[in-house]
Design a protein around this ligand. Structure first.
Ligand code: PMP
Length: 298
């Protein structure tokens, strides 16, 4: 992985229905998706050769495109099969998968009613770095300047490329100050999420997390809420104001890439890496590695 640019790697990429050499998976510079952010994507992980929640990710990809007003011309089944086949052809076991769909080049202006829709799927090795001693220190988060937009300002349910503009800006600003990531508030000033992961807090044995009413309701977020409830831990989805962070004991992030990542600091607020966080890290790790029944066996 050491620094080899993503356009110079070996292998194959599924591109508009065909497996093609990695280096040939190019699009024209006059693509609507590039200029006007008419582009949606997914981030998925495979553990031990099994894609975790593959069907859910594909459903969200289709739904994300729908939010941007376009239809991906491959069915969910075709996409799920393509992902499986890609992993096999690439000989990948622990991997990251990146499906991406975008409007093509027929029209180059704000309007792109008839542009063809393209879909590509790439996958690369992503070993699971589950080194508890490292991760249990917790990561440090800055407070972001940018806020998650009002649902009347942007199609927040979509995992759309355009929504990541403020995430990259916020993450760069945080990294520039030595932080790992940034906590974003929403347009009302309520706690929302990190730049690519959802956030949870713990106090008095209960878990508190913001309602996903203007940011992505992560697949990992929903999974971890289920794991906590399975253990009889109460999970409260509610409005959380930034000042409340003072009183929380523990904090963690969830996401396909982040998995369950403890947080030790958000701006002036400090957290312990406590038992509930550790338990959920372990439960999530066990779940993603559990042999999922094959669809035929269900
Ligand atoms: N919020 C944002 C902005 C993200 O990019 C992600 C990662 N996809 C998440 C939350 C977590 O989503 P998931 O658990 O589905 O990966």
């Amino acid at each position: 992985m050491a620094g080899l640019p993503f356009d110079q790697r070996d292998g194959e990429i599924w591109f508009d229905g065909k497996f093609i050499p990695w280096a040939d998976a190019k699009l024209h510079v006059l693509s609507h998706g590039l200029h006007y952010a008419s582009c949606v994507f997914e981030g998925e992980r495979a553990y031990g050769g099994q894609i975790f929640k593959s069907e859910e990710h594909t459903k969200r990809l289709h739904a994300s495109a729908g939010e941007l007003g376009f239809v991906i011309p491959w069915t969910e089944t075709q996409i799920n099969e393509a992902k499986e086949e890609l992993l096999k052809r690439m000989n990948l076991v622990d991997a990251y998968l990146r499906p991406v769909a975008w409007r093509g080049s027929e029209m180059m202006g704000v309007s792109a009613q008839h542009n063809t829709i393209h879909l590509a799927i790439a996958a690369w090795e992503w070993p699971s770095y589950f080194k508890p001693e490292e991760r249990l220190k917790g990561i440090r988060l800055d407070l972001a300047k940018y806020r998650r937009p009002d649902p009347q300002t942007a199609p927040y349910k979509s995992k759309a490329a355009g929504l990541y503009m403020i995430c990259t800006l916020s993450k760069h600003a945080a990294e520039g100050k030595g932080y790992a990531d940034a906590m974003m508030l929403d347009w009302r000033g309520q706690v929302a999420e990190a730049t690519g992961a959802n956030v949870f807090f713990i106090k008095d044995g209960q878990i508190h997390t913001p309602k996903p009413d203007c940011f992505l309701d992560g697949i990992t977020r929903r999974t971890v809420i289920g794991l906590a409830r399975d253990r009889g831990i109460e999970v409260i989805e509610r409005v959380i104001m930034p000042e409340e962070m003072e009183g929380f004991e523990q904090c963690f992030l969830t996401g396909t890439a982040a998995e369950v990542t403890p947080v030790s600091e958000i701006g002036p607020y400090n957290f312990q890496v406590g038992e509930i966080t550790k338990t959920l890290m372990e439960d999530y790790d066990a779940l993603v590695r559990a042999k999922q029944p094959s669809p035929a066996a269900v």
